[in-house]
Write a new protein. Sequence first.
Length: 352
Amino acid sequence: MMKKVLILSTPVGALSSGIGGGVELTIYNLIQEMQGRGHIIKVIAPKGSFFDHADIIEIEGNLHTPAQTQSRQTPVIMPDNSVLANMLDYAYQIQSEYDVIVNFAFDWLPFYLTPFFSTAIAHFISMGSLSDSLDQIMGKIATRFPYQFGVYTKSQADTFPFADKCQCLGSGIDLSLYQFQPQPKKQLAWLGRIAPEKALEDAVKASEITNIPLLIFGKIQDQEYWQTIQNQHPSAPIKYQGFLSTKDLQAQLRDCLGLIMTPRWVEAFGNVAIEALACGVPVISYARGGPAEIVTDGKTGFLVTPDSVEDLAIAIQRLPEINRYDCRQVAEDVYSLTAWGNRFESWLDSFI
Ligand code: HBI
């Protein structure tokens, strides 16, 4: 049955800016998948947002500070003329035209306002627990609306006191955009927002130890952090490839021996892991968070002791043991848009 879905985007940046990280890809794929199933889908997002084939309502206002840059005790902060407040104001005015609102903002306000809306709000949580004030309001709303909290993974849910009320949906990507490559070059990849919680420096050190070139892809979110890495590793065989479109990214990613993931925090999922698997590229990751649920140790990559650069280097030497076809197969079986779309759709059906 056709549904009318209204998406509330993240208030930290315009869609396609890269500031929203993995959530931008999740929203993009959700639009594509739901439209493909005949649903009507509209997005409310900060001014400057753009996706092809998407109906986006752009809202003025000041962007929010990324929650992961704040401390656990940070109180709820609302910028003046908050873009999120303006987005919610608009959603409130048009809510009766929709069967459900899907919120992707990892911010206090949409959780607090859930009981004031007549249209159900499904909250898709895109990170692990970061602050006491958010845990408190999310827990309160999850108790009143127990089926309306979706997450990527169980390890992400387990960071919250209301873990038992979270629906684990995993993620999905358009596999037709990723070409399988059986024969890699002698190079590694690192992919993600360049920011401290992603610990790029560990991958750079592993590249130095193994002397295998490391291609770095993604948005430089913290310029100073990136500069420090370069200053501290002047002779590391690294090359920054920029923040590329999926088409251009996978054209380089698929030629790599392996993707190195070095999450310092509990990565909620790690879309980059399934992008690599889709190209037949094994994934080496610290055994924590989402990647630990995506990678099968020894089959589609290696899970190593968190924060151990030495173990990264040992795993890199073992990459030829992995059958690259197995990596692509897992992507097709579990992380296709269709498989994920089925999970997402049955989640929404469970309460509307
Ligand atoms: N911070 N305040 C806030 N709100 C968000 O929606 C948000 C964020 N930090 C990161 C983020 N969203 C996304 O990049 C990740 O969820 C992927």
